[in-house]
Design a protein around this ligand. Sequence first.
Ligand code: R5P
Length: 299
Amino acid sequence: MIVASREAASMSSRKLAEQLGVEVVLFKERIFPDGEIKICAQSPKLLSGEDEVILFFDLYPEPNSRLVGLFQSLDIVRDYSPESHVTLIIPYLIYARQDKRFLEGEAISLKTLLSIVEGFGVERLISVDTHNPDAMREYTRIQFDNIAAATAIALHAKEKVFGGRDFIIISPDLGGVERVRRAAEVLDLQHSYLRKERNRHTGEVSVSPTTTIPMYGRGVFLLDDIISTGGTLVKAANALKNMGVEELAAGATHLLLLDRADKRLFEAGYTRIIGSNTVETPYSEVSVEGLIAEEIRKS
Ligand code: R5P
């Protein structure tokens, strides 16, 4: 087994390789003045003869150019190691939210991405808290393993934010309820969800309460897969404050935090933001390399 990775991977593929006790081949990226990119593997011969290549590729930020880098890297792996089993690790799976045709004529971006990856003969795909794991299984025959960092994030919140105090874990939408249900079960806490509606033409989001669980005077940990603009969680905070919630903290596996979303979250009343290091931010308090290594060792 060998690990291969972008040279500039912000999440350390070296740490992963260390945990697995194997070597790393690094893929160096060059960007030309016209925006084209070229990947070049350092010591590519190390790939030859390996029975398994674990390609670790972080695709955020600059998702579109990194995708081209991923395709070139997969091609290099295939050329130098045609017989190997290839496992692809994408900690934050980009394009996963466009998992269906919401409006007539739209691309199903997730399906497009998966069919290209499948075309390179990838046999296993590992990701962390993918937006909709069921859609993954619908669009590809590749073995898909979804790692639950959300549970580790909720545990961290329990220890570092709420201390011994009681709190409830809430998903801002129905789609994320399974993620919070699992975390709440492990931590022996209550969970619930809010109703989120999105106008597919304008992108406008509204969030309203659904829960019949009493909220007055309680602490809430809002847990989502992604915080992008922060709009969802700001609206969730407003709905929950109207229900008398006393303490609010925000968690998400992938913290994109666009346009100072962190500032907007603090202004909305969150006292803390906690996320994983699938995207590096000052709030990435939970590391996922260990969870990924454990998942690889399982097979
Ligand atoms: C979408 O359904 C996701 O689960 C997140 O709720 C969404 O991406 C958050 O985006 P934003 O922070 O821009 O509201």
